[in-house]
Design a protein around this ligand. Structure first.
Ligand SMILES: [Zn+2]
Length: 390
């Protein structure tokens, strides 16, 4: 027997093997499926959700990607040999629950299990997103997901500006913007999508110019209108995530209600003076739906309790901080990474330089997201300002 065959036979005696079907079930229960093939092989197609960790970097990167040595790991390669050796290496590093997938990706495909084929990335895209591509949590698979993603920003103002710029920069394929305002000079101390030369231009037009200049590959969809009960569902439908950067209660409630009905995550942000808040409202989350905006605030406040728009100032950089936290939550949702701010309101106090967090539950009696309730319909509230929740 050749040395190589002897080694493989010996490793096979140590490492438990799984069928592709068993690997898929384990992955669904939280195990990490790692694809140890080379990146050009992975680019031809891989298992959905598999983490690309080429053999060359496996031992160097595994601790970053899977810090918990007790987590179950299934290694996959093309035919089931390299994955045996990879699994053996992981055991040696102290991982206690490691399997190799017998037959590799060839058998996975032959058994008709789901395959994710990545859109071929050209050299320009490869260079542009190189800092994403070198992170195994994103890599080609994640970048392809971003390319296919559609994010709607409600408001191309203080919150929408930084969020739109960073999402376009990151390669989110479609960025939609809803706004019916024109650029005013008083917007420019915080709304960095717009420029002095574009004062008087519709914000949607100005935003498109900035986003296309930053990343020509991004498709910008402009909705130059005000959201109403008549158009909200039609505009939101088809997007993956909605970022609410609105500054008024009627829009905020319409966005909430439509997101509840359509099952979309609503990434909420609001700012006033030196303070801001961020949360993710998502009753339709596939695993463990969270509360909606109405679970916290069933109805808008009385007109006389709401601050008048012109009376409320804001520190110019503050919407930058909050809008980027919204963009960050959106990236996590699109990539399926980390723990979104579902059921948590994150507050930022710029003067103290501190963050604090309030956790809140879904209201089982919520008129909009309560279990088994028929959708009660949209409401056009009288238009008044809402810079913070209350
Ligand atoms: Zn609710």
């Amino acid at each position: 027997m050749k040395a190589q065959e002897r080694l493989i036979a010996e490793v096979r005696g140590r490492i438990p093997e799984l069928s592709p079907q068993e690997a898929l079930s384990l992955q669904a229960r939280g195990a990490a499926l790692i694809d140890v093939r080379e990146s050009d092989e992975i680019a031809q197609g891989t298992a959905p959700g598999a983490l690309p960790l080429g053999r060359g970097f496996l031992e160097l990167r595994i601790e970053e990607v899977i810090p918990d040595t007790g987590r179950t790991i299934v290694a996959m390669c093309s035919s089931g040999v390299r994955s045996l050796l990879a699994a053996d290496g992981l055991m040696r590093l102290g991982y206690t629950s490691v399997y190799s997938m017998a037959g590799g990706f060839a058998r996975w495909k032959a058994e008709g299990l789901p395959v994710e084929v990545l859109v071929a990335m050209d050299a320009v895209a490869r260079e542009r997103y190189s800092r994403h591509l070198r992170m195994p949590e994103i890599a080609e698979t994640g970048q392809a997901k971003l390319t296919r993603s559609k994010v709607l920003l409600v408001g191309a103002g203080g919150l929408g500006s930084p969020a739109a710029l960073y999402l376009a920069a990151a390669g989110v394929g479609t960025v939609g913007l809803v706004d019916d305002d024109v650029v005013e000079r008083s917007n420019l101390h915080r709304q960095i999508l717009h420029t002095d030369a574009r004062v008087g231009t519709p914000k949607v037009v100005s935003a498109r110019a900035s986003l296309e200049a930053l990343n020509p590959a991004v498709k910008v969809v402009g909705h130059e209108t005000r959201l109403t009960s008549a158009n909200v569902e039609q505009i939101l439908a088809g997007y993956d995530v909605v970022i609410d950067g609105s500054d008024n209660f009627p829009t905020r409630y319409l966005v909430n209600d439509a997101c509840v009905k359509l099952g979309l995550p609503n990434v909420h942000g609001a700012v006033m003076r030196f303070e801001g808040q961020v949360s993710v409202f998502w009753p339709g989350r596939p695993r463990g739906g969270g509360p909606c905006y109405r679970c916290l605030f069933p109805e808008p406040p009385a007109l006389e309790d709401a601050p008048a728009c012109a009376d409320v100032g804001v520190l110019g950089v503050l919407p930058g901080v909050i809008g980027l936290l919204q963009a960050c939550e959106t990236m996590k949702l699109l990539l399926g990474l980390g723990e979104p701010l579902v059921g948590r309101m994150l507050y930022f106090d710029a003067l103290l330089g501190s963050f604090s967090e309030l956790t809140f539950q879904r209201d089982p009696d919520c008129r909009y997201c309560g279990e088994g309730r028929p959708f009660p319909g949209y409401i056009d509230y009288a238009r008044f300002c809402a810079h913070l929740a209350r």
